[in-house]
Design a protein around this ligand. Structure first.
Ligand code: PGA
Length: 251
C-alpha cells in the first residue's frame, strides 16, 4: 500500500493579474470539489495570494507561495517574510525553483535558509531540485542532485514527513514539452529517497512525497503516477487553465 497521498501542485509563475487569478481559482475549486484522494495546491503570484486563499477557504484547494525570504521583518525592500505568507492563508512554499536559481541568484545555501525559515513558520517547503541538460549529458545528474538535496536540507532534524515535499524538476524538461520518461524520473526519485533515508531514516524517507515536474500534461500524468516513487506533480504551464489542471488532478 502506498502510504503517501498524492499531491498535485500548480505553479502559476509570473502569470495572471489578481482578477484573472481569482477567476481561475473559482473555476478550479468547483472542478476539484469531488477530489478526496489527492491533495491539490496552487501557487499564485504574491499579490494574488490572499484573494485566492479566501476563495479556497473551506475547499480542498490549498495555497502555496513561489518564494520566501528568511527574515521575520526588517529593511529588506521587495521581500516577503514567512509570517506574511502565513497571514495570507498560505500553507506551502516552493523553494529553490530552477528559475529562481537561474535568474535570481538562489543558491543551495540561501535555499537552506529559506527552508529553515519556512519550517519555523509552520509552512510546508516544496524543495525543487533538478539537473540541467548539460549536467545530464556529462553524467553529473546524481552528484548535482545530491548536493542540492543534502545542502538544501542541511542541519534539519525533521520528524514529520508530511511537513516536507521534494520536487524533482529536470531543468531541460521545464516549459520545453520534453518530459523525462517515467523510468528516468523513477530512477531519480528512488535515488532522492535513498538520500533522504540517510539523513532522516527509513520510515521518514518512505513517507515523504516526491513530486515530478517538467512538462506534466493530462496525457502523461498517469504514466508518471504509476511509478512507485512518484507521488505527485509540480505543474507549470498546464496549471494555468482550470479545466486542464483539473484533468491532471483527476489522473
Ligand atoms: P512546466 O513547468 O510544467 O511548464 O514545464 C514546471 C515548473 O516549472 O514547475
Amino acid at each position: 500500500m502506498n502510504i503517501r497521498k498524492p499531491l498535485i501542485a500548480g505553479n502559476w509563475k509570473m502569470f495572471k493579474t489578481c482578477s484573472e487569478a481569482v477567476e481561475t481559482a473559482k473555476l478550479l475549486v468547483t472542478r476539484i470539489a469531488d477530489v478526496t484522494d489527492v491533495d491539490v495546491m496552487i501557487a499564485p503570484a504574491f499579490i494574488a495570494l490572499a484573494q485566492v486563499a479566501d476563495i479556497a477557504k473551506g475547499s480542498n484547494l490549498s495555497i502555496g507561495a513561489q518564494n520566501i525570504f528568511w527574515e521575520k521583518e526588517g529593511a529588506f525592500t521587495g521581500e516577503i517574510s514567512p509570517q506574511m505568507l502565513v497571514s495570507t492563508g498560505c500553507r506551502y512554499v516552493i523553494i529553490g525553483h530552477s528559475e529562481r536559481r537561474q535568474f535570481f541568484g538562489d543558491t543551495n545555501e540561501t535555499v537552506n535558509k529559506k527552508i529553515n525559515a519556512a519550517i519555523q513558520a509552520d509552512l510546508i517547503p516544496v524543495l525543487c531540485v533538478g539537473e540541467s541538460e548539460q549536467e545530464r549529458e556529462s553524467n553529473e545528474t546524481f552528484s548535482v542532485l545530491d548536493k542540492q538535496l543534502t545542502k538544501g536540507l542541511k542541519g534539519f532534524g525533521l520528524e514529520e514527513p508530511k511537513k516536507l515535499i521534494i520536487a524533482y524538476e529536470p531543468v531541460w524538461a521545464i516549459g520545453t514539452g520534453k518530459t523525462a520518461t517515467d523510468d528516468q524520473a523513477q530512477e531519480v526519485h528512488h535515488f532522492l529517497r535513498t538520500l533522504l533515508e540517510k539523513q532522516f531514516g527509513d520510515s521518514f524517507a518512505k513517507a515523504v512525497r516526491i513530486l515530478y515536474g517538467g512538462s506534466v500534461k493530462p496525457n502523461n500524468i498517469s504514466t508518471l503516477m504509476a511509478k512507485s516513487d512518484i507521488d505527485g506533480a509540480l505543474v507549470g504551464g498546464a496549471s494555468l487553465d482550470a479545466e486542464i489542471f483539473s484533468k491532471i488532478v483527476h489522473f
